[in-house]
Write a protein that binds this ligand. Structure first.
Ligand SMILES: [Zn+2]
Ligand SMILES: [Zn+2]
Length: 177
């Protein structure tokens, strides 16, 4: 399948956000922005207030809910919930040398840029390629979500690490009988 670069990158950002480790660290959202700072113009301050961090968590929960939804009605309801948080403002740029569109204003606060990019990126990919492209990792003990960009929609794991871990576990299980 053909993904346009920005759209597919934006859905990867959404998946990263949904899988971000939030356990017990109130600074997780700001750390997430800093580890994805290629998404923000250098002028954008990446500091978040505690209220903004909670809104980032709500966005992450909604991305996860979309990925885990089992029916199209459920997917649509969750996507619309996520889209109400977005403030889309199409913006043309060639900051990387190639003319492309961004979903958010470059002068919007970091949280608004993040929420808008994630909501629009996820919605575009679901609308173009189907919600079955999203799923949760099949590896034991992993509940990360993923977007399947493989040609034949055969993905079952969040990462190569989980895929090979599961292959080894299945092999050992077979050998035991
Ligand atoms: Zn760009
Ligand atoms: Zn996994």
């Amino acid at each position: 399948m053909d993904y346009d670069t920005y759209g597919s990158n934006a859905v990867e950002l959404a998946i990263d956000l949904a899988n971000a480790d939030r356990a017990g660290d109130p600074g997780w959202a700001e750390a997430f922005l800093r580890s994805h700072d290629e998404w923000f113009p250098v002028e954008t301050p990446l500091e978040l207030t505690p209220a903004e961090a909670r809104r980032a968590a709500a966005t992450a929960d909604l991305v996860r809910a979309v990925a885990l939804a089992g029916t199209q009605d459920d997917v649509i309801a969750r996507l619309n919930e996520l889209l109400t948080l977005a403030r889309p403002h199409p913006y043309a740029t060639d900051h990387d040398g190639e003319l492309h569109l961004h979903y958010a204003r470059p002068d919007a606060p970091a949280l608004e840029q993040l929420t808008t990019t994630v909501a629009m990126g996820l919605s575009q990919v679901v609308a173009q390629h189907g919600w079955q492209r999203l799923g949760a990792c099949s590896a034991e003990g992993c509940d990360d979500v993923y977007v399947d960009t493989s040609r034949n929609a055969s993905r079952r794991y969040c990462s190569n690490t989980c895929a090979s871990r599961s292959t080894v576990a299945a092999y050992r299980a077979r050998r035991r009988v």
